[in-house]
Write a protein that binds this ligand. Structure first.
Ligand code: UGY
Ligand code: MN
Length: 237
């Protein structure tokens, strides 16, 4: 349908709200049989890069010198030879240059970031995981809002990636304002996202970048849970 210039996408100084109708696809260096929708990058002021890679069977991500986190949205990929289906993820340390190859048509969420060293702390090694095997934590004791922390709670990691699942009607208990920035991919359901002084209707497929100190709040609406995958810089201020 002709949109006549309308979209829910918006860019403000402290956030980017991006809906699938505005996604632009382009290959990244070294990608084969794959294309990227770059959601957040240093071009907008982020200290990390996040993109959705759409991969054909046999397609592969290009090399990177940075640490890389891969979360499978659809299909099956191999990371360093291990098979990962939907909900499975891999942390690949800087410089390891481990191959990520699609075994079938697949979509993966990729986060890349230069590693920030801390004296006396060893950098993390390769890690594979499965979101369905992560024990959920009730945020602030609210059983309607479950957080699954995908990476180990260790100062070795300079970022965190979590999923947050809101039962219909659940919401953050406060408007958060914090030094960490976020990349946030809506995976399921929807609701209202407050970002700065704007309120957005958010639903599965949307992406949000929140700059440090961007006021933020989410409330789930609908008859099914809302869920998102959220990145934040962590352990390093
Ligand atoms: O981890 C977080 O800061 C998270 N509660 N933020 C958010 O959902 N916008
Ligand atoms: Mn937050």
């Amino acid at each position: 349908m002709h949109q006549l210039g309308q979209t829910r996408s918006a860019r403000r100084a402290d956030h980017l709200f991006k809906t699938p109708d505005t996604f632009v696809r382009a290959p990244l260096p070294g990608m084969q049989g794959a294309t990227a929708i770059v959601h957040a990058s240093p071009a907008i002021g982020a200290k990390f890069t996040e993109y959705t890679a759409e991969m054909d069977s046999g397609g592969r991500l290009g090399p990177t010198a940075m640490q890389r986190f891969v979360y499978v949205l659809d299909g099956v990929v191999t990371a360093n030879g291990a098979e990962l289906g939907p909900g499975r993820f891999a942390y690949l340390p800087s410089g390891s240059d481990k191959a990520v190859v699609a075994k079938m048509k697949s979509r993966v969420e990729v986060i890349e970031k230069p590693y920030l060293e801390v004296p006396g702390v060893d950098a993390p090694g390769l890690l594979l995981g499965d979101e369905s095997r992560v024990t959920p934590v009730a945020l602030n004791g609210d059983p309607w809002l479950e957080v699954r922390v995908l990476l180990p709670d260790s100062p070795a990691f300079d970022f965190a990636v979590n999923t947050m699942t809101y039962q219909p009607g659940a919401s953050l208990s406060m408007v958060e304002v914090h030094v960490m920035e976020h990349g946030c991919l809506m995976l399921e359901g929807g609701g209202i996202y407050r970002l700065g002084d704007s309120w957005y209707a958010a639903s599965a497929g949307d992406f949000i970048w929140m700059a440090p100190y961007c006021p933020q709040w989410f409330g789930a609406i609908g008859k099914t849970p809302a869920k998102y995958l959220i990145y934040k810089d962590w352990n390093r201020v």
